[in-house]
Write a protein that binds this ligand. Structure first.
Ligand SMILES: [Zn+2]
Length: 964
């Protein structure tokens, strides 16, 4: 068909629409059919009748399919999913392993000039990561040209508005789709194969228009390791499930470290997320659309409140614009249950597709009804006005998926202004229904984009330009990370995290004199007249939450300087935009350490760097001691906790320099008390039903080279823990002591998690004949024995409920905040009560910023009896065993929101509870939260390094009242 003729048809399509709209009472479904089918039918190539027949059979209700996806072309020489996989997409009880998904895309790319597969890296477990492109032959052949157009629009400083208009006239929007970010959300990764095939082969007005005007790129499976593990689990257990007889557990792991937190990985720690970011910064897709699977029947993200006010108002117009178009199209096709609004909000910038909106593009998201497997299941929804259940869970019990978090936020069968046609009643839901909804939605979004490609591109350009302009006009004109900070490793990390996201950072070539302050040469400068100035502000500023009555889906605060406990200054003096800097061009800078003098005895300053623990590991064969008081050597003050290392100074020098630490040779040991820094034998304890926050601790330990053994209930029940371990870390998990102890409920049959010839992906990161039942009370007894025999148990966040509820920390009680209290990841002050304590080596201030983790409200009993007489006047003293506490109150909220901040007033943040020969160190907060609160990691590392040097604090005089 000639180009002109095609354009004519495109013009006629809206006219046909108008004609139909005026045709009277033909009804919703038939109108939609008349709109698409006859027009499409006239131009379709040969269709696959078997596809149409089976898809109709697998679709559980006639209103669960649209005329966009009820047919599929058959093209000689181009493999369809059936040709490649042996089955049609959406066949009940069929899920595809990642290798087969890749094989299919590669075969399709080999056969069609409209498809291209681009490698972008490797997953944690070594699987190939790819981006698949599909578009017209012109788009694929000239991909590099189209990539460069988007790159130019992304940096408006390089082009004039007239040039931008010329580029927009030639460019095409790149629309990126991503499936399988959450491994239990299996449908979209199946659907995308059919979509790519359809986009490559179908001849119909809508698909032609998409192919001509838009380039589509695809992440087939964002977490391929987790995909394969979940598919294994499905074939081992899920496929045998019948109604009323669920397995009772989801697969214990998705990715190597995290489950759904790969969608909260604000610092791109996981290699899969990082590879996508690197690709993003090359290709700049103006739209990134993540396909999830947790709501009923399809929720399309429209960017509800609370919204981050730093992002462009154009974006807030675009989001509901496309979402509403989709909702209207679905209604036109007669498909119920599509809604906008009322779910994830626009506050936290850490969701994966925020990659795009953070860089002046557009985040999009679907939540499509589905299950973690491919069985057809019954759904029982409520009625539109009354109480009702919600849709099936996407993941099994024990898996804290998105669905679980949102449960209780209203009945999704209820009509709302943003949900004009909810799904109601009882029906079967199949994998093909999920495919139908997902593919119909995505084609509709692409239809919209292809209808307005120039608007999408203009908006992308203008948002980028506005970001530069806004940075020039707003109060905060830039940020300075001053040179001369004690611990340069956190400065290095901060700069590298900013650079990783494409933010321009420069290094001042001379002293910087500004109204705000004067900074030394070498300070790092982030000027806000740059395309990613909005992102820089979002990451570096303190979050001012718009309304304490609004709830947000994830964290309310993430301020990088506070999380790193590094000095970062917002600058109002506009002169900062003209400060002379050397741009940081490296992908990652390295600030080498310093080593003064020479000799066999070396002092290494403990400035709070997380690299101190790495240094100890790398020097594991050398004698390392800690100075218990500060001392001076030359003009350097070595604070308490500094290391004294003897022997092999060449090796020490190279490690110190590589790790960015500060060291000096000593002629003689300093005249202060020293203790040995022994490397403990560390175990990290994990439940089977809640492994994600354990995974973040494992990740941090791996990155900082802390050796440890990951243990589960089976090892604990075997007993004699003290013979194997000195320290057991119990990361945040379970939510309560009871959950930690009893874990996954046994429903009468063991659930095995083991590698086998058939299921190669199971049994990774630990295995068990039966993951149900938990450690039980015999496990509690073993933990108690471990502590009494001299072991150190370290509990983080909600895991601190375990020693308090089960008496392993006999004098500490734990309570919960009230229902009114609300603190989603708020950053607050914490007060160090014993600055000289080894846990606080490297901290030089008594008040430090920490992330509030919604762990237990701890109370320490002082052990006095009520018969001792009336309490002394005045506020009760804080027991010596409390090492850090939350001052509490609104004045101590630093970033984000805390409703009811008085509830935590003077509550312990860290307690050292001796028991027998050992001790329990309870953190009410989580000092190792995701890859984020780096300033707190050091407290955990210090605990490990000084595990046998923590002295039991003397008892305070008796106080008859329990002290909070
Ligand atoms: Zn999800």
């Amino acid at each position: 068909m000639s180009h002109r003729l095609r354009r004519l048809r495109l013009v006629m399509l809206p006219l046909l629409l108008v004609a139909l709209a005026g045709a009277g009472d033909i009804g919703q479904v038939s109108a939609a059919e008349q709109l698409t089918k006859p027009v499409a039918a006239a131009r379709r190539p040969v269709e696959d009748p078997e596809f149409a027949r089976l898809v109709k059979e697998w679709t559980t209700r006639p209103d669960f399919i649209s005329p966009l996806v009820d047919h599929l072309p058959k093209v000689v020489g181009v493999p369809s999913p059936k040709d490649g996989l042996g089955h049609y997409i959406g066949e009940p009880r069929k899920l595809t392993y990642y290798a087969d998904i890749l094989k299919y895309y590669r075969a399709l790319a080999a056969a069609s000039p409209r498809v291209k597969v681009m490698p972008i890296g490797k997953s944690n477990e070594g699987r190939d990561l790819v981006v698949v492109f599909v578009g017209s032959e012109d788009s694929i052949r000239n991909l590099e040209q189209y990539r460069s157009y988007l790159g130019q629009l992304a940096d408006p400083r390089t082009i004039t508005p007239a040039q931008a208009a010329q580029i927009i006239a030639r460019a095409k929007p790149l629309y990126h789709l991503s499936g399988g970010l959450h491994s239990g959300e299996v449908g979209p990764s199946e659907m995308l194969m059919e979509l790519v095939y359809r986009l490559a082969t179908e001849e119909s007005p809508i698909i032609d228009q998409i192919r001509e005007n838009v380039i589509v790129s695809i992440t087939p499976v964002a977490d391929p390791d987790g995909r394969d593990r979940n598919v294994d689990w499905y074939y081992k257990y899920g496929i045998h499930e019948t109604e009323g007889r669920p397995t009772g557990a989801g697969v214990p792991y998705w990715g190597k470290y995290v489950f759904h937190d790969d969608n909260r990985d604000i610092n791109y720690s996981q290699v899969e997320m990082r590879a996508l970011l690197d690709w993003y910064l090359q290709f700049h897709p103006p739209i990134m659309h993540d396909l999830h699977q947790a709501q009923t029947l399809l929720y399309t993200f429209s960017g509800q409140a609370p919204q981050n006010p730093n992002l462009d108002p154009i974006l807030y117009g675009e989001l509901p614009m496309i979402a509403n178009f989709e909702m209207a199209q679905f209604a036109k096709y007669g498909m119920p249950g599509v809604w906008t609004h009322g779910y994830v909000d626009m506050w936290s910038p850490g969701y994966l597709a925020f990659m795009s909106s953070n860089h002046n593009g557009m985040i999009r998201m679907y939540e499509i009804q589905g299950f973690s497997g491919a069985n057809t299941q019954k759904m029982r929804l409520g009625n539109p006005n009354g109480e009702g259940g919600r849709g099936g869970r996407a993941a099994g019990p024990g898996v804290p998926d998105d669905a679980a978090i949102v449960a209780g936020r209203g009945n999704q069968s209820q009509r709302e202004w943003y949900r004009p046609w909810p799904a109601t009643g009882e029906f079967d839901w199949s994998l093909r229904n999920n495919t139908n909804y997902g593919e119909t939605g995505v084609i509709t979004a692409l239809q919209y984009t292809s209808q307005f490609p120039k608007v999408i591109l203009e908006n992308f350009y203008v948002k980028s330009r506005n970001s530069v302009e806004t940075g020039r006009k707003e109060t905060v004109a830039g940020y300075v990370i001053p040179a001369g900070q004690r611990d340069t490793t956190r400065v290095e990390r901060l700069v590298n995290l900013l650079r990783m996201q494409g933010i321009e950072v420069g290094r001042a070539t001379a002293e910087v004199k500004l109204q705000d302050a004067t900074f030394p040469a070498g300070s790092f400068v982030v000027k806000r007249d740059q395309p990613y100035s909005r992102l820089a502000k979002i990451l570096l500023e303190k979050q001012v939450y718009p309304d304490p009555n609004l709830r947000t889906y994830d964290d309310a605060a993430w301020t990088m300087g506070l999380m790193s406990q590094a000095d970062v200054r917002g600058i109002t003096d506009r002169k900062i935009l003209d400060v002379a800097v050397d741009p940081v061009t490296e992908k990652a800078i390295h600030l080498a350490g310093t080593f003064n003098g020479g000799g066999a005895l070396v002092a290494i300053a403990h400035y709070g760097s997380n690299n101190m623990v790495t240094l100890r590991s790398r020097l594991k064969d050398l004698k390392v001691q800690a100075a218990e008081k500060e001392f001076k050597q030359g003009n350097v003050t070595f604070p308490a906790g500094s290391f004294i290392v003897s022997g092999d100074s060449a090796k020490v020098r190279s490690v110190v320099e590589a790790l960015g630490l500060t060291a000096a040779a000593l002629a003689a040991p300093p005249q202060v008390p020293l203790h040995d820094i022994d490397l403990p034998r560390v175990a990290v304890y994990s439940m089977w039903g809640n492994t994600q926050d354990v995974g973040w601790v494992r990740y941090a330990f791996d990155r900082f080279e802390v050796p440890y053994e990951l243990i589960y209930k089976d090892r604990v029940k075997k007993g004699d823990l003290k013979s194997s371990y000195d320290v057991i870390v119990m990361p945040n998990q379970g939510g309560s002591g009871k959950r930690i102890v009893f874990d996954i409920e046994n429903r009468g049959q063991p659930i095995e998690y083991k590698k086998s010839a058939t299921f190669q992906n199971l049994g990774m990161y630990g295995e068990s004949d039966d993951i149900t039942g938990g450690m039980g009370l015999e496990g509690v007894a073993e933990f108690d024995k471990f502590v009494k025999q001299g072991g150190v148990l370290v509990t983080l966040g909600t895991a601190s409920f375990f020693p308090t509820e089960f008496g392993v920390a006999p004098r500490v009680d734990a309570a919960r905040t009230s229902a009114q209290f609300y603190a989603p990841g708020t950053i607050v002050d914490a007060e160090i009560l014993q600055l000289e304590h080894p846990i606080f080596y490297g901290y030089d201030k008594k008040i430090i910023p920490v992330r509030y983790a919604s762990g237990p409200l701890l109370t320490v009993q002082t052990g006095a009896s009520p018969f001792d007489g009336p309490p002394p006047a005045g506020p009760p003293p804080t027991p010596q065993s409390v090492l850090m506490r939350y001052p509490g109150g609104d004045d101590h909220v630093l970033s984000g929101v805390m409703r009811g901040a008085n509830e935590i007033r003077n509550r312990p943040a860290i307690v050292d509870q001796p028991s027998g020969k050992g001790r329990v160190i309870l953190f009410a907060g989580n000092p190792c939260y995701r890859w984020q609160n780096f300033g707190e990691f050091n407290m955990l590392f210090n605990t490990l390094l000084n595990y046998n040097d923590i002295k039991t604090p003397p008892e305070r005089p008796a106080s008859p009242t329990p002290v909070q």
